[in-house]
Design a protein around this ligand. Structure first.
Ligand code: AMP
Length: 304
């Protein structure tokens, strides 16, 4: 049984976007995207998360209906100005997105409105967003186990704020290129250890199709990549990884090393589904049986 409905055990704060994406397998325009969108839809397979985010008045009502249908709490959703838009391109190396355009719009001046009941959450996932905003939200949820994701845009433009925020959190999740860039270090093992020294208890470095590494005090774990043959659009796979990771942990309430290892595998399983189709299409098609099947395949891949 993956899903236990314990409302407000997990709050997710991040971006909601209208994405225009081109890959070698097609393109979409103004599709539902954003770090909070992908991560909350992924987490919703394990628990009912509550969202803290912002959209513009132009945000399609059908997307709001979709989030509501998935039992995602929208009390912390602001509506102001125009929706954040992101344009990305993937060439044959599907591990790397080229950002063509970022129009922050309402995200630029976003001041999260956190309902009182959300501040008591046990788990908080800070999805990709301005690290000063992430830090402010972390401070408002003093009892939460905090998981943070970040990306090149913030490493390049807001590194000092990001390092300050990393000190406040329990888990940092980022991809290989981001870890190298944050630490100015080519070796991922050294980069993982260096980020641990900044303050978090665990660091997860995702390596796209090649799996993920987990670092902790006296802990090292390497998750394999799922042998996926059909990758159409990797957008949001990282956010889905982190959302499923947070959702799984929050649904169990316990954060010891074996649970964190399992959360990495659930994250990898859900991320692999996300990459199989454009936007959130596959994330909303799958169910807990399919996720569990893929989790079991991961176990087999690792056996020797
Ligand atoms: P990923 O999981 O790394 O593929 O994240 C893709 C999502 O990140 C897309 O749906 C984008 O809308 C969103 N995104 C892109 N740039 C930013 C940004 N600067 N801040 C927050 N979210 C972003």
């Amino acid at each position: 049984m993956l899903q236990k409905n314990r409302d407000l055990d997990l709050v997710i704060c991040g971006s909601i976007a209208l994405d225009s994406v081109q890959t070698p397998f097609g393109r979409v325009g103004d599709a539902l995207g954003g770090s909070a969108t992908y991560s909350s839809l992924a987490a919703a397979h394990f628990i009912s998360p509550a969202l803290v985010s912002i959209v513009g008045h132009d945000f399609p009502k059908r997307y709001l209906r979709l989030l509501k249908q998935r039992k995602i709490g929208l009390e912390g959703l602001l509506v102001q100005g125009k929706t954040f838009r992101w344009e990305g391109l993937y060439e044959f190396d599907m591990n790397e997105a080229k950002t063509l355009k970022t129009k922050l719009n309402c995200l630029e001046t976003f001041k999260p409105c956190i309902p009182d009941s959300y501040t008591k959450t046990k788990f908080l996932f800070l999805a990709n967003m301005d690290p000063s905003v992430q830090g402010a939200v972390a401070k408002k949820c003093p009892d939460a186990f905090v998981i943070l994701d970040t990306m090149n845009f913030y490493i390049q433009n807001k590194k000092a704020e990001l390092v300050r925020t990393v000190k406040l959190v329990d888990v940092v999740i980022l991809n290989d290129a981001e870890a190298r860039e944050l630490c100015n270090e080519v070796n991922l093992i050294k980069a993982g250890r260096q980020i641990l020294k900044m303050g978090p208890k665990y660091v997860v470095i995702k390596k796209g199709e090649h799996g993920a590494l987990l670092f902790g005090e006296g802990c090292y774990f390497s998750a394999p990549g799922y042998p996926l043959e059909k990758v159409k659009d990797p957008t949001g796979a990282g956010d889905s990884f982190a959302g499923a990771f947070a959702g799984y942990l929050a649904s169990h309430g316990q954060v010891d090393e074996p649970q964190i290892r399992r959360a990495v595998i659930y994250g990898s399983a859900v991320a692999s589904f996300c990459a199989e189709d454009f936007s959130v299409k596959n994330l909303i098609k799958i169910d807990k049986t399919k996720i569990k099947e893929r989790y079991e395949i991961f176990k087999k891949i690792r056996e020797f």
